[in-house]
Design a protein around this ligand. Structure first.
Ligand SMILES: Nc1ncnc2c1ncn2[C@@H]1O[C@H](COP(=O)(O)OP(=O)(O)OP(=O)(O)O)[C@@H](O)[C@H]1O
Length: 321
């Protein structure tokens, strides 16, 4: 019996000489909301495509309810794992109406009468706050925010086991982003589904998720509850990521704080060593020679670092090796 909805074991994806996802292992329990963060190009979307059966791994496996996720087209895949992408307009046939888009998705997973389909579609559109009179509009007539709501409705209507949001708000302007974020918070409360939120935005992940995974250059380098990782980051890359996010926020005098510098990844000479070696202020010889594996550093908190930050959380020390 598998208690986890999703179990990822040593998942790896190579494109030629590039390892986009490198020996990644983690699990997601049913009903959990997990955040996946990391800089651009670290492999987040590749990992999402592997989980949704859009691409096959080079090695390792992803199990959904104990069964390997395989490349599947259309209906079965979307019923198991469905994705909402950054720019939904790319994923719609612009000549279709809102009703036709949702009906197509629904008919992939369930047989319904027209009347039943109409009632399910109306209810799903209500859930994402699209007015009923939009139902016969063409998707090309929708605004960016409306289009993303319809994309969310299209994903929800298939009742997937796992729903992945890949930067689902980042193409929208800030006011629409805030509306979609409020919608996601509400949906998460109303529908106890299992979600994976991929984002650059740590604040968004903090709002929506209970646990967070941090990736760097294809590797999982830290994971734990949102509170643990945000308040007590152990890996130097996570510390940098959080300080970068804070630096973007205006301080009380109205000026931006200086961004910490990050060196080019090419400076990381040691393929066998730590992927963060070139940028790390705590590096020692062993970091150049051996690759650190994820290890428990505190309750529900893991980091792949030989010298994680040691901190007193008030209820005990974390990070000591
Ligand atoms: N089909 C592909 N063929 C070759 N290289 C690819 C392919 N897809 C992704 N890559 C490369 O794999 C690496 C990881 O890309 P990926 O899109 O997964 O990163 P990401 O973390 O999602 O980035 P972003 O946040 O900018 O979307 C990048 O170097 C990218 O160029």
């Amino acid at each position: 019996m598998y208690s986890n909805l999703l179990t990822i074991e040593n998942l790896t994806k190579c494109y030629g000489g590039l390892t986009a996802v490198d020996d990644v292992s983690f699990s997601i329990r049913e009903g959990e909301s997990i955040g996946l963060v990391g800089e651009s190009g670290c492999g987040k979307s590749t990992l999402a495509r592997l989980l949704s059966g859009l691409e096959a791994p080079s090695s390792g496996q992803a199990l959904l309810n104990g069964k390997p996720i395989r490349i599947e087209k259309g209906r079965r895949r979307k019923h198991r794992v469905n994705m909402v992408f950054q720019d939904p307009s790319d994923t719609f046939d612009k000549h279709m109406t809102v009703f036709a888009c949702l009906y197509e998705a629904l008919s992939h997973t369930r047989k319904t009468s027209k009347a039943e389909a109409k009632s399910i579609i109306t209810e799903t559109l209500r859930m994402v706050e699209i007015p009923e009179e939009h139902i016969h509009r063409g998707v090309r007539q929708l605004s960016g925010g409306e289009c993303q709501r319809v994309a969310i409705a299209r994903a929800l209507i298939t009742e997937p086991h796992l729903l992945i949001f890949d930067e689902a708000t980042s193409a929208l302007d800030v006011t629409v982003q805030a509306q979609i974020l409020r919608l996601l918070v509400r949906l998460k409360q109303e529908k106890m589904s299992t979600y994976l939120f991929i984002s650059h935005d740590l604040a968004l992940v903090s709002c929506l998720c209970s646990r967070v995974l941090v990736m760097y250059r294809g590797k999982l380098i830290e994971c734990g509850t949102v509170e643990c990782v945000m308040d007590y980051p152990l890996h130097p890359y996570t510390e940098l990521l959080i300080s970068c996010a804070e630096a973007f926020m205006l301080d009380t005098s109205g000026t931006n704080k200086e961004l910490p510098a990050i060196q080019s990844a090419e400076l990381n000479a040691e393929d066998n060593g730590c992927c963060f070696f070139a940028n790390c202020g705590r590096r020692r010889q062993v970091c150049a020679e051996k690759r650190p594996q994820l290890k428990d550093c505190g309750p529900g908190h893991q980091a792949a670092c030989f010298f994680p930050r040691v901190m007193d959380t008030g209820s005990g020390m974390i990070g000591s090796a």
